[in-house]
Each structure stands twice: as structure tokens, then as C-alpha cells.
Design a protein. Structure first.
Length: 318
């Protein structure tokens, strides 16, 4: 690990320790915060704070810098500012860049409640033997926000039926994590295994092909397209219509919407959803926050208050 030497060193180290305690490897941000530590050393800054002028100078566009690198720098200092504010330090929260400033122009598909109802009705009405398996897979995707690769890699030993958790091994960027699963989903999965996977061993995959080898992504995708058609949900091609990953996008947006409607704090729950989703940094999760605000105007102010922090407070106070 880099040896932090600025006045911010103990704060940065405490943040890294906290992140790793809840499951983040936090390697990319650790390197990013090294730049901030060097900035404080080079400028002879002796105060344990993040004043606005320092933050704005640190995140300003550098010569020949890619947009992606600047976005990472902003995400790192925003995370540190949140941590400092929550622990009594003074720190300016630089606003998250609007989504058009990010390198990807992809706009995820978010299922409506009506579409989800129609989709699962189409699956459940299918009398094919494989439909039961796909019914469980699609429900796991929507109720947990897991990636399809993570679901297909799930083994019997990764499920703790008593505690209601899944252990996800070697997820994206080789990150392990454990997630809580809704009780009703655990019961559905337990019934499926009891009735259709008798004799399963701890190391066996839960979902297999008719030949009992690993179930392939393409097989799930083909079933997904079939049930979209039966449900009357249009699909304009692999890059344009709903994808299997759309269940993950929908899960995250619906979760944030529900939290806001319940009056819960996005600031307090943000680290939880980052860890739960297996995001390597905050930018992906912040994107979902912006998307939630765009899709549900009635809760936009509370979402934007999280994204823009002090800027909104300053504008409201004149």
C-alpha cells in the first residue's frame, strides 16, 4: 500500500479500512487518493478539510487527460468528502458529472411494473419443463440485481437457506460478496431444488442444462426473448431492446425509488447499495441515482440532493 503522508493520511486510511471492511477491494480509489495526498503535500496544505477552492482545483481538467480519468478523480474525492462530512470534518462535495459527460452513451432499459407482471405471467403460463427453471432464474435476476453470469455460477454450497444469503464468488473484477435475499425468493429456490435438483451436492451448479452440464448464457437469453414476445414487450435487437441485464438495472432503480418514498436516506444507504451491487467505485451507482431521478420526477429533488450536495444547499440559500 502507498504510504500516505499528508495531513489527510489518517482520514484516507480510515476510509479505506471502512470500505474493505464492508467488502470493497478499493484498489482503484486507493491509487486515486494517492494523487490527492501528493497534491496536499506539494501545496503545503496543513488543514484537515476539503475547501471548495482546493477541490475544484484538484478536479479541474488536466492537459491531455481523458474524460474517464477525470471522472474517476471526481468519484474518489466525492467519496472522501462524504466520509469526512459524516465524521465531522468540513469537506466540499463536488457535484457528480451529468450522465452525458460519461464516456458511455448507453441508456439502460427499465421495466415498468406492468411489463414485469406481463413477463412473469408469460413465463409461469408456459407448460414446457424448462419454464420452471427459467421462472426461478428470472425472479432471482429481478429480486437480487445479480448479473446473469453470477446466477449461472451459483452452486448449492453458495446458498445459506437459514440466513437467507447468496455468496457470489469471483463476480465482476474478481470480487467476492455476500448478499441478503428476500425470504420469498429463498423459498421459491428451495422448492425448485427440492423438486427438480434432487441429489444436488454443495459443489454442483444450481441451474444446469437438460444434459446436466452448465447452463449457457445463450440458452437463458433465447428463453428471455421468447417470453418478451409472449408478454408483448417490444425488442429492437441486442443493443436496443430489453436485455437480461435490464433486470439488474430495474432492481437498482426500483430499490432507490422505494427507499426515497419510504423517507430513507440515500446518503446512509449508498455504501450498502454499492457493495450489494458489486460496483468497483461509486460512479456506476451514482448513474442509477441520476436515472432514478429522471424516471420518477416526484422524487427528483431528493435524488439530486444526494448527487449535488452542497451545491443545491448553496443555491437554495441564495
Amino acid at each position: 500500500m502507498y504510504e500516505y503522508r499528508s495531513v489527510l493520511a489518517p482520514i484516507i486510511l480510515a476510509l479505506i479500512e471502512e470500505k474493505r471492511a464492508i467488502g470493497f477491494k478499493y484498489e482503484s480509489a486507493e491509487k486515486g487518493l494517492k494523487k490527492l495526498d501528493l497534491y496536499f503535500l506539494e501545496h503545503g496544505i496543513k488543514v484537515q478539510a476539503l475547501p471548495r477552492e482546493i477541490v475544484e482545483d484538484f478536479v479541474s481538467v488536466k492537459p491531455n487527460e481523458t474524460l474517464n480519468n477525470r471522472c474517476k478523480r471526481i468519484a474518489d474525492i466525492r467519496e472522501l468528502a462524504r466520509y469526512m462530512n459524516s465524521h465531522g470534518y468540513s469537506a466540499y462535495l463536488y457535484p457528480s458529472l451529468p450522465h452525458r459527460n460519461y464516456s458511455s452513451s448507453f441508456i439502460p432499459y427499465i421495466f415498468t411494473n406492468e411489463e414485469l407482471t406481463a413477463f412473469f405471467k408469460a413465463v409461469d403460463s408456459d407448460e414446457a419443463e424448462s419454464a420452471i427453471k427459467y421462472s426461478v432464474i428470472f425472479r432471482i435476476l429481478y429480486s437480487t440485481g445479480m448479473r446473469i453470469g453470477e446466477v449461472l455460477s451459483l452452486t448449492y454450497g453458495d446458498i445459506n437457506f437459514n440466513q437467507g444469503t447468496f455468496f457470489i464468488r469471483q463476480g465482476k473484477k474478481n470480487k467476492d460478496r455476500m448478499i441478503p435475499v428476500d425470504k420469498s425468493m429463498i423459498e421459491i429456490l428451495h422448492n425448485y431444488i427440492d423438486q427438480h435438483r434432487k441429489g444436488i451436492q454443495k459443489e454442483d451448479h444450481v441451474f444446469v442444462s437438460p444434459h446436466h452440464d452448465s447452463l449457457k448464457h445463450n440458452a437463458v437469453y433465447d428463453a428471455f426473448r421468447k417470453y418478451l414476445w409472449k408478454a408483448g414487450i417490444p425488442h429492437a435487437g441486442r443493443s436496443k431492446g430489453p436485455q437480461l441485464h435490464s433486470f439488474r438495472h430495474t432492481f437498482c432503480v426500483h430499490k432507490m425509488r422505494n427507499w426515497v418514498l419510504e423517507g430513507r436516506s440515500l446518503n446512509a444507504l449508498f455504501p450498502y447499495i454499492c457493495t450489494y451491487m458489486g460496483h468497483s467505485d461509486t460512479r456506476s451507482t451514482e448513474y442509477y441515482t441520476r436515472l432514478t431521478a429522471d424516471l420518477f420526477p416526484d422524487i427528483r429533488d431528493r435524488c439530486e440532493n444526494y448527487l449535488f450536495g452542497e451545491l443545491m444547499e448553496e443555491s437554495e440559500n441564495g
